[in-house]
Design a binder for this molecule. Structure first.
Ligand code: HEC
Length: 194
């Protein structure tokens, strides 16, 4: 009777603690998932596209790939995916910044020997305002679909999740071993009494 009560209390602990841990881990995870998109600093939180990325892709191949690479990987010009902010630029995926630099180009920055000239409209004055917007949209979409690196916060949350799963597994294994051991001790005691 007493033994069975002890076992059931052990069962409550063995199932209750992991359940609590799972709930904690799940709630941190659930709370974390909407945060990257709502923070706005990442590509996924960017405002609506300024133009048509499919048209932009064609225009890019014709006018920009010579300097920025066929796959946006950079060359004479800056890498466009993943885009790196030029000195003094806060958010290089801001549509307004992209439209402005594509339409007007950018002079080499004084004091930066690596900086070279980005010609207005890639040197093709025939590009329209809409073309420029489509090019900006293409660059934004390309940066969105690229796997973004994990932010420190995201990394911490994943670590918490996996550590919790590890603890739960260990508690469960300990419970299984201890019940097995208790049954074995009881069997030994019964055999001795006989
Ligand atoms: C003659 C070479 C050349 C061509 C052609 C060219 N670019 Fe550039 N582009 C550059 C250089 C060089 C820079 C970096 C400027 C700097 O360092 O200040 C740059 C910078 C940029 C940036 C800013 C990158 C960042 O990290 O913020 C964008 C966006 C861009 N180019 C888009 C385009 C698009 C779109 C086209 C086609 C219409 C194009 N470029 C054509 C040379 C070029």
């Amino acid at each position: 009777m007493i033994a069975s009560m002890r076992v059931s209390r052990g069962l409550v602990l063995a199932l209750g603690i992991p359940a609590l841990l799972i709930l904690t881990a799940a709630s941190t995870f659930a709370a974390s998932s909407p945060s990257p998109s709502s923070s706005g600093s990442q590509a996924s939180g960017a405002p609506a596209l300024p133009g048509d990325p499919t048209r932009g892709e064609t225009l890019y191949a014709q006018n920009c790939a010579t300097c920025h690479g066929a796959g946006l990987e950079g060359g004479i010009g800056a890498t466009l995916n993943p885009i790196e902010p030029l000195p003094g630029v806060k958010n290089p995926l801001d549509p307004q910044f992209l439209i402005n630099i594509i339409a007007n180009g950018r002079d080499p920055q004084p004091g930066d020997p690596k900086s070279t000239k980005m010609p207005a409209k890639g040197g093709n004055s025939g590009l329209t305002e809409q073309d420029v917007k489509d090019l900006a949209a293409y660059i934004i979409v390309a940066n969105r679909t690229g796997e973004p690196p994990l932010s420190p916060g995201e990394l911490a949350k994943r670590t918490i999740l996996w550590v919790s799963i590890g603890i739960i597994a260990m508690v469960f294994i300990t419970y299984l071993l201890s019940t097995y051991n208790m049954r074995w001790i009881a069997r030994r005691a019964a055999a001795r009494r006989r």
